[in-house]
Design a protein around this ligand. Structure first.
Ligand code: IPD
Ligand code: CA
Ligand code: CA
Length: 260
């Protein structure tokens, strides 16, 4: 397992850095901005081209692997429990990118036989690559990150996804009231990074599998808790309402949700 983790990590970190460089080189040539599920769910030429770069690398290096790519037409979840599966989000935070914000990431998370293996998330405009795995631990560039530390909800900031916060289906507003405050990054990958760098104490969002896997592997590798909002295991074959937090803040959040 460790040998495989090291091999896959050396490839995905290289590909992620290449993708970030490609994004930076093409920032002024973004075209074909299209709506997907709605007015604020966008895809651009950059998202599609970076998806193609990942597909080519993965197919060449791991021809038997399954690819779940946000911008791939086919998303076949039936084989994600067998062998290697790569979940690729070529640009995470496309609305930010289109609106000229710097908050966007490229991310890839890898499962082996359905279990977390390793992942990479790059904060493109800040040149910070977060990478690691269950056996390796987690790094920002070449600095090793610390394991999760317990701290109560009231001491920290909570990352939320904007539209879900407005719906307040899972007591998000009350949870934010019991914290130091709520923040919205507009990039799931960068929200996970806020957790592992200790800037946010929790993250509550509704996300698709390619938004989740890379971050899930990094937070699990550092000992954070990640479940769906009912406290159950995340299902990587569909959209999930997730909670990520250290153990203590997680308990505070679940208590508030159970009170309703
Ligand atoms: C989006 C971002 C955003 C999250 C949305 C995602 P995209 O990803 O991660 O933070 O709230 O649910 O769809 O579409 O820019 O890859
Ligand atoms: Ca995304
Ligand atoms: Ca995306």
């Amino acid at each position: 397992m460790t040998k495989l983790e090291i091999d896959v990590l050396s490839n995905i970190t290289e590909w992620t850095v290449e993708a970030a460089q490609y994004a930076k080189n093409h920032l002024n040539q973004i075209s074909d901005i299209e709506e997907k599920s709605g007015e604020y769910d966008l895809v651009t030429s950059l998202d599609k081209n970076i998806q193609k770069i990942f597909n080519q690398h993965i197919q060449e290096k791991y021809p038997d692997a399954t690819i779940i790519g946000e911008e791939n037409f086919d998303k076949n979840y039936s084989d994600i429990d067998k062998g290697l599966t790569f979940f690729v989000d070529p640009i995470d935070g496309t609305l930010n990118l289109v609106k000229k914000h710097d908050c966007f990431a490229v991310m890839v998370g890898v499962l082996y036989n359905g279990e977390s293996l390793c992942s990479a998330i790059i904060d493109v405009m800040n040149d910070k690559l977060y990478w690691g795995g269950i056996a390796t631990g987690v790094y920002c560039n070449d600095i090793k990150l610390n394991a999760a530390q317990d701290s109560p909800l009231k001491n920290g900031l909570v990352g939320v996804s904007w539209r879900q916060f407005l719906k307040n289906s899972f007591s998000e507003i009350n949870i934010a009231k019991h914290s130091a405050g709520a923040r919205v990054m507009g990039s799931a990958g960068l929200e996970f990074i806020e957790i592992i760098t200790g800037k946010h104490i929790a993250y509550i969002a509704t996300l698709m599998p390619w938004d989740i896997v890379a971050g899930k592997i990094l937070v699990e590798s550092l000992g954070y808790k990640i479940t769906n909002v009912r406290g159950n295991k995340i299902n990587l074959k569909k959209s999930n309402n997730i909670i990520v937090a250290n153990e203590l803040a997680y308990k505070d959040i679940r208590k508030l949700q159970m009170r309703g």
